[in-house]
Design a binder for this molecule. Structure first.
Ligand code: ZN
Length: 234
């Protein structure tokens, strides 16, 4: 399996966030996945073609996506290529503020992606509401993150095929934090935690979820199928 971790990589070049993620969030995630035995590459917004060349996309089984302040700088051409690959079966793991990315909005079929938010460093508890699901393997009852950005319902999003985590925050909000979708032949997992100011992607249980999500989202069947006009089968 080949994994590409894509990151906008703007916040972590500022001193405040560089302290948390010296190699960027993509670096922290890729380092862990490599240590778990996966073949992993990284790509960032400011590379030519955002690092997502035809060659990279063709070999990628699962693409991770983190974006926040520069969603509109992602070219429509690249978004369309990623979309086509998801239709063909490439898995996509959308992280945190990636909920507002062009690719996630296109796949969800809505531009209404609103939610409540607050950067107050509340504690987040992600409750496992789908034990036995491949993505919750090894997670147990819950994941406790001492400090995170708060997201709150209502989250304008299509009803997922499966809900895996529901978050609670100290301020009282709740949020659907782990959501599974299928689009075309591809599987998509949205995972909420991962604000740039907190070391969330170093948390061992969060990391376990990322690994589980990659395994879950990987294409199971890559047989070429025929679309468009066909002669009668019999
Ligand atoms: Zn954030």
């Amino acid at each position: 399996m080949y994994i590409t971790v894509w990151n906008e990589y703007r916040h972590e070049r500022e001193e405040e966030f560089k302290k948390v993620y010296p190699d960027g969030m993509h670096g922290a995630i890729a380092e862990y996945l490599r240590a778990e035995g996966f073949d992993v590459g990284t790509a960032v917004l400011d590379e030519p073609e955002h690092g997502l060349t035809d060659e990279v996309l063709a070999k990628t089984d699962v693409l991770f996506w983190w974006g926040h302040c520069a969603h509109e700088e992602v070219s429509d051409e690249i978004v369309n290529k990623v979309y086509r690959r998801v239709m063909e079966g490439m898995g996509l793991v959308v992280l945190h503020s990636g909920h507002a990315s062009k690719i996630f909005r296109k796949l969800m079929g809505t531009d209404s992606y609103d939610l409540k938010w607050r950067e107050s460093g509340d504690m987040e508890i992600l409750w496992n509401c789908n034990p036995g699901h491949p993505i919750t393997k090894g997670v147990g009852d819950k994941i406790i993150l001492p400090h995170e950005e708060t997201y709150g319902e209502h989250f304008i999003i299509p009803e997922p095929d499966e809900t895996v985590f529901i978050s609670w925050f100290t301020g009282g909000e709740v949020f659907r934090s782990g959501l599974c979708y299928r689009r075309g032949r591809g599987k998509i997992f949205y995972f909420r935690p991962g604000h740039e100011a907190f070391p969330t992607y170093y948390d061992p249980t969060v990391r376990r979820v990322l690994k589980n999500a990659a395994i879950w989202a990987a294409p199971e069947d890559t047989e070429k199928l025929t679309y468009g006009w066909v002669p009668a089968t019999v």
